[in-house]
Design a protein around this ligand. Structure first.
Ligand code: AMP
Length: 106
């Protein structure tokens, strides 16, 4: 599949990974829009929130808790941070592999 984030997961494209487990990977955004900007992605290819299925319910919850874990690891959890999900071209989505942006460090 010609998906940039799947290639990052396969280590075909280098990235700065904060942590990964069986289902989730968190890595640094290459063009940060905040002093700290990371992306949380599922290892399963889901193009966008629009394509998430009922069976992905638990995975979607894990992604959210992984974002919290990343914020803790990055030391921005106490001060606070923003999460955003771009959905579809009209939502500003550029990479069609579901991801949650973690923005903070201001
Ligand atoms: P979105 O607009 O929600 O689809 O965001 C895609 C994000 O992926 C952008 O913030 C990009 O800077 C980021 N991005 C694109 N290519 C890479 C890459 N090779 N490594 C890390 N982040 C990337």
């Amino acid at each position: 599949m010609d998906c940039l984030f799947c290639k990052i997961l396969e280590k075909e494209i280098p990235s700065d990974i904060l942590f990964e487990d069986e289902k989730v990977c968190v890595f640094r955004d290459i063009r940060p829009k905040a002093p700290i900007h990371y992306l949380v992605i599922p290892k399963k290819h889901i193009a966008s929130l629009n394509e998430a299925k009922e069976e992905d319910k638990e995975l979607m919850g894990e992604l959210l808790l992984s974002a919290r874990k990343a914020a803790q690891k990055l030391g921005i959890n106490e001060k606070g941070y923003k999460l955003s999900v771009h959905t579809g071209e009209g939502g500003g989505q550029e990479v069609f592999h579901f991801h949650i942006h973690i923005l903070g460090g201001w």
